[in-house]
Design a protein around this ligand. Structure first.
Ligand code: SF4
Ligand code: SF4
Length: 98
């Protein structure tokens, strides 16, 4: 019997599809977009793992609904443009690893 461990590649999209969201109608992340225009590299666009930040010319469009609450944007924003808190109790993402 082979003792080789078989690794299965799982796409990020497939992992995320296992989760469910109970979106809080009150946004848990507030973005001060007036600060984004002068943000040179706009790291949130590249570093949010689920694409909540999208480039739109000089502007940044943001939607909080698909947020996986990793906190990355809160840490990397150089302009302190983000007011971040967890969704209200029981709301937001419910992780299901399978
Ligand atoms: S990193 Fe912060 S300031 Fe820069 S574009 Fe993103 S949210 Fe705006
Ligand atoms: S907390 Fe994470 S998933 Fe949510 S918007 Fe910020 S970077 Fe994206």
């Amino acid at each position: 019997m082979s003792s080789k461990l078989k690794l299965r590649k799982i796409r990020l999209e497939d992992m995320l599809n296992n989760n469910i969201w109970d979106v809080d109608p009150r946004p848990h992340i507030i973005l001060d977009t007036s600060k984004c225009r002068d943000c040179e590299y706009k790291p949130c666009i590249r570093l949010c793992p689920v694409g909540c930040y999208v480039s739109h010319g000089d502007e940044v469009l943001f939607s909080y609904e698909g947020c996986v609450e990793c906190g990355t944007c809160r840490v990397i924003c150089p302009k302190e443009a983000i007011t971040w808190e967890y969704p209200r109790s029981g709301r937001g993402i419910h992780f299901r690893f399978s």
